[in-house]
Design a protein around this ligand. Sequence first.
Ligand code: AMP
Length: 665
Amino acid sequence: MACTRPPSAPRSAISNVNETSVFLEWIPPADTGGRKDVSYYIACKKCNSHSGLCEVCGGHVRYLPQQTGLKNTSVMMVDLLAHTNYTFEIEAVNGVSDQNPGARQFVSVNVTTNQAAPSPVSSVKKGKITKNSISLSWQEPDRPNGIILEYEIKYFEKDQEMSYTIIKSKETTITADGLKPGSAYVFQIRARTAAGYGGFSRRFEFETSPVSVAASSDQSQIPIIVVSVTVGVILLAVVIGFLLSGRRCGYSKAKQDPEEEKMHFHNGHIKLPGVRTYIDPHTYEDPNQAVHEFAKEIEASCITIERVIGAGEFGEVCSGRLKLQGKREFPVAIKTLKVGYTEKQRRDFLGEASIMGQFDHPNIIHLEGVVTKSKPVMIVTEYMENGSLDTFLKKNDGQFTVIQLVGMLRGIASGMKYLSDMGYVHRDLAARNILINSNLVCKVSDFGLSRVLEDDPEAAYTTRGGKIPIRWTAPEAIAFRKFTSASDVWSYGIVMWEVMSYGERPYWEMTNQDVIKAVEEGYRLPSPMDCPAALYQLMLDCWQKDRNSRPKFDEIVSMLDKLIRNPSSLKTLVNASSRVSNLLVEHSPVGSGAYRSVGEWLEAIKMGRYTEIFMENGYSSMDAVAQVTLEDLRRLGVTLVGHQKKIMSSLQEMKVQLVNGMVPL
Ligand code: AMP
């Protein structure tokens, strides 16, 4: 046999720190030393951030699956200390490494464990002790680094560490009961914030009273879960799971199959560099191929589902967390496909991912990937804390500045510009299909094929058989299904109106038929209350009958940018009286029959408390009420914005219903 030699160092090591765990991954050495028995050894050093001095890590660090003899090119270290600098040296060894008098060949990785985790609890005091229980209290950690959500108390009978109990408590006191009399117990406590667990405290040892002492246990703590486990079993399960899965959390790479190349050509999608166009997944013979072309496959084990946040047509929408290899865990939304689906439902469900996966823009909901290889089938997207825009605005009526609202609209327009540049027509742009995150960034969502409209409760069947969300749709799209980016601009104008009126329903309770008729006759929605004139003008531009006269999305973005840069341009509001009188053009006065008296009307809208004031100020008939403006209301002492809104909306609604139309263009 030829001589062999120790391997060279492993290469390209990367780390991922998650609270007090570190995941390391590397690629095998360039030179295996001519042998096949390469394995890896991990050396762990804890380093002082000031002095730079390092010491070998203590026995508290656990290595999954193990520290030495690693065959895989990854390892996880858990139970590290929080806020601590560590250096990990990954050494490749083989059967002749022991013979090597030279320097060790390793690659090293420096990490600092999670800064945000709370520091360890440092002082624990014993309270009441009985023969079966020990009460403890402790102080919050010196550096909580956030709000402490709960404490985890781990305890076991001295020298019986293999079998421990964990109690969770929101208080800084607990009572461990069910203990053996006259026995020593070891306690360790750690705190958890939103960033995760801090390190465990040092061990505190206390003893229960001998049998003769009367027992009474203090029940002050709130144990959330009590889990008694055998460490060996857990470790074994974790290690087996790790080994069996034999894979890391991450995206599985698409095969570079020559067949796939052929399919591309077959589908006739020629991708020109720099010109990104949307590809309709329908053009794929095999929809599964489209999904895997545009969406990454995620291992189900990387996803933790936390709670249900909504209902989609195909199943529940949940929030949860995604942990991808080499990345920190982060929150995601997970759409699931309910069990018992048909092949068509699966195709339609994943169709949304095939579309979303083609987009990459800060104002388009970002697809993380799909789970198709296991059940349930899932679509994983970025998580938008504030949910859908219409509900969010209704909940926060009147709470934002005009600039904030325009900022939302700017985001939506920017996302729509991107979509129209890609050649994608949304067809169902509405505030309910926009998601908003905790930074008030709005993102366009709800992509689909035919199902978009099937799915939308707002969509109604037209005489031509299609299903269309009438109130948001341009007349040419309703009349002859001419859906274009220009019809998306019309819908965008409606979204502007929804945003500026904090989620008001466009055309209120008018029937779809009345909306179609009014719009066809040239009537348009009146300006929302307190709306800057420039914005209302932009809405009216979006609602031009001639679709070629409507602004393009890039023009809308530029215009909104200009308004944001020059906020004084937003100061001119649509004149309240002209707003109301616009509605009255050509039409009979309000009050002919809807309500018999002002009192009856105000009672009907639960504003009866103002009846007297109205009467005293000359608004004693419905005809007189029809002239009321916002300024009048303020003058009458109706100062609550919610009440002003209720009264003005009711007036508008009555007028709209009576005139069977809105603002004539
Ligand atoms: P959809 O089927 O897309 O209309 O989703 C149903 C509901 O789930 C939405 O109205 C939202 O309230 C919620 N939802 C969907 N996607 C997300 C997300 N990415 N982040 C937060 N909530 C979401």
